[in-house]
Unconditional design. Structure first.
Length: 522
């Protein structure tokens, strides 16, 4: 269910990439492989030209193109125009030292015959390229992804002379009318994404590959061709990684709200029409081997392990008969010692909810409680999170998510390995709840960071779904849906109030963007 993050692919190291492309053949050979997905079919066409220059033909140029051969005409025409442009530029670059020199005009080379696309260009350019090659060169125009809504092409260019370098770009086409999507994420939103998700802000050096590390800076410049919409993740090509590039992928559940409206519509879940929200886990763990059930006869919360010979069952906790327990989620956590740790989150109570969490270690004797929490004076493996009598009314109708009906409870972020525990406070004097046991939701959270062994306090923060620039409040006064979108009013540390409005917002995850309107009041 969860996608691998930070998948590093350092492209263009001379020996690796050169060897891969030389398999195509160094003696003018070509091949075609047809692939059809849905009603858009492409033919993989490859060809290689060996040089006749001063270095006895050691230079070569390799071409790989996924050319459309059938499908919606508007899409085929759009992709063919794009491929013609890319092939023309590549062939002209191979044939000349001087960028001002032109062998053929672009319009005389254009072809609408996808089945003969590469051979059409090679027929004209092969002798020119062979006679003038001055460096090893390669270009790959590959269909990276296809869904019912869009097709994404990747363009990878590689060349070697005194040194080797490579670069990567992405281009997305709307399946409906074939137009090329001009922007999938703005540069400002991409910067905000990095600021909101610090786990992506650096990548360690790889001594084995000889590659330097990379660290995000607000000064980093990314143009739209660095960003690719793939079928299962958002891909970013980071340029300038040495002389090459680096690929990093982000789950749509995290990056969705930062995308442009057009890109959001393209990557929405097919059929349901709902955006791909953060990947909250179901009651079972990621691998489906561990889950929770409630024994109402013995008033116990049970942990199940799927194993050979049938499931193993362990009692995680007993509860008072007058309470009810609702299993919520199971997360698996990779511990430093290699032990399998599971985080169980559940609710207790009826009408009034109390979110709690515990961690257990899976050993030879089944599931055993593990003390992994440390918060204020509590050292137990179970944290009592919160009670909220009449919370919806008291918070002026906070917009619940259909995916997670209790955003006020304990939240575990599997990407950052952070646990968010809501901070409660006494109600203000004069409130109808002032003299009751009901505590007030502040909208702030204790944050605990898993360090490989235990969860340790990491300070407090505003709501994790909120834009980073707006997390400096003391307490959330109200957060409600309006006809225009979502409005949030916060009490600030200096006693003033702040009203922020996100126009068109539908879920809390839309609040990661900067608000359209911010008004401060004394």
């Amino acid at each position: 269910m969860m996608m691998v993050r930070n998948t590093l692919s350092l492209k263009g190291f001379c020996s690796c990439l050169m060897s891969a492309w030389m398999v195509v053949g160094l003696f003018g050979c070509s091949s075609v492989r047809t692939e059809s997905v849905a009603d858009f079919a492409v033919a993989e066409q490859t060809d290689t030209v060996r040089g006749h220059g001063e270095n006895n033909g050691e230079e070569w140029a390799a071409f790989t193109v996924d050319a459309p051969v059938s499908g919606p005409q508007a899409l085929v025409d759009s992709v063919l125009t794009f491929l013609n442009n890319e092939l023309y530029e590549a062939c002209e670059a191979c044939a000349h030292f001087d960028e001002q020199t032109v062998s053929f005009k672009k319009e005389e080379m254009f072809t609408g015959n996808g089945e003969q696309l590469l051979s059409h260009y090679m027929e004209k350019y092969r002798p020119l390229i062979a006679d003038s090659l001055w460096k090893t060169f390669g270009v790959r125009l590959i269909k990276e992804s296809q869904t019912a809504k869009y097709v994404t092409y990747g363009v990878e260019v590689f060349h070697c002379s005194l040194a080797c370098s490579s670069q990567k770009a992405y281009y997305t086409f709307d399946m409906h009318d074939g137009h090329q999507v001009k922007e999938v994420i703005s540069h400002d939103n991409l910067i905000r994404f990095f600021e909101d998700y610090p786990e992506y802000n650096s990548i360690g050096a790889d001594a084995w590959a000889g590659s330097p590390g990379w660290k995000f800076s607000p000064e980093n410049r990314f143009d739209n061709t660095c960003c690719g919409l793939l079928d299962s993740c958002f891909m970013l090509a980071i340029p300038g990684y040495g002389n090459h590039f680096l690929l990093v992928d982000f789950p749509y559940g995290q990056v969705f709200s930062y995308l442009t409206p057009e890109a959001q519509k393209l990557v929405e879940q097919t059929g349901e029409g709902e955006p791909m929200l953060p990947p909250y886990l179901p009651e079972r763990s990621e691998d489906g081997e561990v889950w929770m059930e409630v024994d109402t006869v013995h008033c116990a919360l049970l942990g199940y392990i799927s194993a050979a010979g049938g499931p193993l069952v362990d009692t995680l906790m007993h509860y008072e008969p007058e309470l009810e327990v609702y299993p919520k989620r199971v997360h698996s956590i990779n511990a430093a010692e290699g032990a399998t740790i599971f985080l169980f989150i559940y609710s207790r109570g009826h009408l009034m909810y109390c979110d709690e969490a515990m961690t257990v270690a899976l050993g030879e004797d089944g599931l055993q409680p593990a003390t992994l929490f440390s918060l204020e004076s509590q050292k137990d493996s179970v944290i009592s999170c919160m009670w909220y009598d009449q919370l919806v009314e008291a918070s002026n109708g906070f917009p619940f998510d259909e995916v997670d009906e209790n955003r006020f409870g304990i939240h575990y972020d599997p990407f950052t390995k952070r646990l968010y525990v809501p901070i409660m406070d006494e109600h203000d004097k004069g409130s109808e709840y002032a003299n009751t046991s009901c505590l007030q939701y502040t909208g702030r959270y204790h944050v605990l960071q898993f360090d490989g062994k235990v969860f340790v306090p990491a300070g407090d923060d505003g709501a994790w779904w909120l834009n980073a620039d707006l997390r400096n409040y003391k307490r959330t006064v109200s957060n409600r849906k309006t006809a225009a979108g979502i409005e949030q009013v916060d009490l600030m540390p200096d006693g003033t109030t702040r009203r922020a409005v996100w126009k068109g917002a539908k879920t809390l995850d839309d609040l990661r963007k900067k608000p359209d309107e911010v008004v401060d009041k004394k």
